[in-house]
Design a protein. Structure first.
Length: 322
């Protein structure tokens, strides 16, 4: 019985309770430089996406438009998505030991995939909205009703929830007995699975069939939608064609920035590349920062609504002072 107790104690000791994140660099000087750079990026993400959310909510015309209704939710997701990884990364730049608990690691995986999958579904819904608006403009208001938009957004959040629960389930059932060093600045399924002390072939195949195929199918659906839009614009010469092309170009830019890294990371099991960190930075930091710039700088309605919001704010401040 003593032998069994000793064996159980050894098994308990061997269980991984925390992970060591290797981060983006081991150089202290470079980490301080990266801290300043990513702090500016994070401030841009928060301010930019928050501005879009507030503008859409404050402007009745934008809020009633399906495209901007989806855009408001997209900015909210980008805002939340950046909060999953960036604050932890900024804190790790200023400390020597980059540690994350096992439960904290699972929480990162859950929220990363919950928000990431919801964003992919939402972008697909946005592409469908643009497809109906351009290919079938006479029935647009009838098809894209307020009720349908609400249901589509609700379905996007539900799809993200189901996907993230699946990802966490894949990880939580694996045994981890060391090593515990993750070659990244946050926890994600591909890196964590490789640290499991068991054969992970089935888990990696399931990961690809879940995350990888999800990214690929949504990406192909988006390309199909925008291909239909481009064909329609080519055959119909009407006023507003350049504006529609501009909107589609901005959407395609966002789609490429989001789906490119996801397809690269999740559609190839059993191997890792040195550029994985670069794609991770793109997905979690660069894309949420660029989305507001792409949408606001190329969009007249958003810029007009922001000017109205600023004038309203200035006027209210003047009244308070008086």
């Amino acid at each position: 019985s003593l032998g069994i107790l000793d064996l159980m104690e050894k098994e308990n000791d061997s269980k991984v309770t925390e992970f060591v994140l290797l981060g983006l660099s081991s150089s202290l000087e470079l980490q301080l430089f990266l801290f300043l750079i990513f702090l500016l990026f994070y401030m841009a993400i928060v301010l930019g996406n928050l501005l879009i959310v507030v503008t859409v909510r404050a402007d009745t015309h934008l809020l009633q438009s399906p495209m901007y209704y989806f855009l408001g939710h997209l900015s909210f997701i980008d805002l939340c998505l950046s909060c999953v990884t960036v604050p932890k990364m900024l804190g790790d730049f200023l400390r020597e030991g980059k540690i994350i608990s096992f439960s904290g690691c699972l929480a990162q995986i859950y929220f990363l995939h919950f928000l990431g999958a919801s964003e992919m579904f939402l972008l697909t819904a946005t592409a469908y909205d643009r497809c109906v608006a351009i290919c079938n403009p006479l029935h647009y208001l009838t098809v894209m009703s307020r009720q349908l938009c609400f249901r589509m957004v609700f379905a996007c959040w539900c799809g993200g929830f189901v996907h993230s629960v699946t990802q966490v389930t894949l990880v939580i059932q694996l045994p981890f007995c060391g090593p515990n060093r993750l070659d990244n600045f946050y926890c994600d399924v591909p890196q964590v699975v490789k640290l499991a002390c068991t054969d992970t072939y089935v888990v990696e195949v399931l990961m690809v069939s879940n995350s990888g195929l999800l990214s690929l199918v949504c990406f192909l659906a988006l390309l199909f939608s925008y291909a239909a839009i481009l064909v329609t614009l080519r055959t119909r010469f009407r006023q507003g064609q350049s504006r529609a092309l501009s909107t589609c170009a901005s959407h395609l830019t966002v789609v490429s920035l989001i789906f490119g890294p996801c397809v690269f990371i999740y559609l190839r099991p059993f191997c890792s590349f040195s550029v994985d960190k670069v794609f991770s930075v793109f997905y979690t930091v660069i894309t949420p920062m660029l989305n507001p710039l792409i949408y606001t700088l190329r969009n007249t309605d958003m810029k007009t609504a922001m000017k109205k919001l600023r004038k309203k704010h200035v006027t209210s401040c003047c009244h308070v002072k008086e």
